[in-house]
Design a protein around this ligand. Structure first.
Ligand code: AMP
Length: 425
């Protein structure tokens, strides 16, 4: 199937060709004709499937073809809500890139930047707004934005917006929108609250889904290293250094953990930056740009900060800490293996995380492949007390199963120095 066959107009086909896309991805094949047909859509798609183009392309086409003559100033006719500033910025970039040959104007409205500049932009008028819910609601309540002419609403990564506590804001925003509109809801997972929101918002929606929910892409090679917590950093530095990885996204659980790991990796001689919610917008943008440009090899991020980052061809994702919420495993490793490229997702799992690992495997319906010989003393990843994950996993207090054969490469030696024996792949 080609983009032409999906019914896209010439200016969009030209923009798609300029992006270098040859064929539509499965989510694009399914979704674009439905949206062009005016249907509400409920789409199950994770990041990396080409979902942004699957709603942006038909949205641009419908706005461009709409009978309504552009008014002066332009009235907002489409609103795209995204969970994070980074994702909103990426969606905005996609809108600009795909809409390059159309006379449509877009603005991005996110928190963390001056509100006055945004007010001026909104006063100038535009056709499309890409926004995070909190800041958009501020503008709505202060009457800086008029959404009464809205024709299309997109909720992107709805499950993530739920996780981040945006659901009340989204409901309030929806309350300010015209009843008659086309609505599209994209989500990687479908917890009950998202189903409820879909029911409230969507009118006889067409349902599409690319990978079955809660599974991960085939082209991602997953590996799990069972390892004592105290050796994770050392193994990580070794993996990066010995394989000469140039672009690794590393997930940690906390902001503090991100800062600490960043410092340790830098000590190990690895060019590293951290991305988390306590960093200023400038620092976050800078970290991302340096990572994309290859100036830093490792980006350490929390789940929220990393959500929706569009980094092309990201080859390696590391779960330094397993996520608390099993669905986040799918979101995290969705950063790699995008649009058909091959990726590798490695989890460093200590015995204290056995419960989270079991939850992830339950969600996936399969075991993560274990690395048989990690080069370290084997550890048990069996859950010892399922009902209480916080209970001590080793009541005897013996530390035997986490003892390392040796402790090489401690104390900030350069990266790439292997443990005694190379970890088996
Ligand atoms: P998304 O799932 O929207 O985050 O897209 C993931 C990546 O796939 C982005 O880098 C897009 O630029 C890229 N992409 C989207 N559609 C296509 C396509 N039809 N062919 C190749 N790459 C694509």
């Amino acid at each position: 199937m080609s983009f032409e066959q999906l019914g896209l107009a010439a200016p969009l086909l030209k923009a798609v060709a300029e992006q270098g896309y040859l064929t539509p991805t499965p989510i694009q094949q399914q979704t674009i004709p439905l949206i062009l047909d005016g249907r509400d859509v409920l789409a199950g798609a994770q990041t990396g499937t080409g979902k942004t183009a699957s709603f942006t392309l038909p949205l641009l086409q419908l706005l461009a073809e709409s009978d309504i003559k552009p008014q002066k100033p332009r009235k907002i006719r489409a609103l795209i809500l995204a969970p994070t500033r980074e994702l909103a910025a990426q969606v905005y970039d996609s809108v600009r890139a795909y809409g390059k040959h159309l006379p449509l104007f877009a603005e991005v409205i996110v928190g963390g930047v001056s509100i006055n500049g945004q007010i001026r932009s909104l006063q100038r008028g535009c056709d499309i707004v890409v926004a995070t819910p909190g800041r958009l609601l501020d503008h709505l309540l202060q009457r800086h934005i008029d959404l009464s002419h809205l024709q299309m609403l997109v909720l992107d990564e709805a499950d993530r917006m739920l996780d981040m506590g945006f659901l009340p804001d989204i409901r309030r925003i929806i309350g300010h929108l015209p009843k008659q509109k086309q609505s599209l809801l994209f989500s990687a997972t479908f917890p009950e609250e998202i189903k409820g929101l879909a029911k409230q918002l969507l009118h006889e929606p067409a349902e599409v889904s690319v990978a079955p929910h809660n599974t991960t892409a085939d082209n991602i090679k997953e590996l799990c290293y069972g390892i004592g917590k105290e050796y994770k950093r050392e193994l990580l530095s070794y993996l990066i250094g010995s394989n000469n990885w140039k672009q690794v996204l590393i997930f940690v659980r906390t902001k503090h953990g991100a800062d600490r790991l960043e410092k340790q990796l830098i000590k190990d001689g690895i060019r590293t930056a951290a991305l988390h919610g306590d960093k200023s917008q400038g620092a976050r943008t800078r970290a991302l740009e340096q990572f994309k440009a290859g100036q830093v090899a490792a980006l350490v991020a929390t789940d929220i900060a990393a959500r929706g980052l569009d980094i092309d061809d990201l080859p390696h994702v590391i779960n330094f800490d397993l996520p608390q919420v099993p669905e986040d495993y799918i979101h995290r490793i969705g950063r790699t293996g995008r649009a058909g490229a091959n990726g590798e997702a490695i989890s460093l799992v200590c015995p204290e995380e056995a419960y989270q690992l079991a939850q992830i495997e339950k969600l996936l319906g399969r075991e993560l492949p274990r690395v048989a010989d990690t080069g370290y003393e084997p550890v048990s990843l069996k859950v010892e007390n399922r009902s209480n994950p916080k209970a001590p996993k080793n009541p005897s207090g013996k530390k035997d199963y986490r003892h390392h054969k040796k402790t090489p490469n401690r104390g900030g030696k350069p990266a790439g120095k292997p443990p005694r024996r190379a970890p088996a792949k």
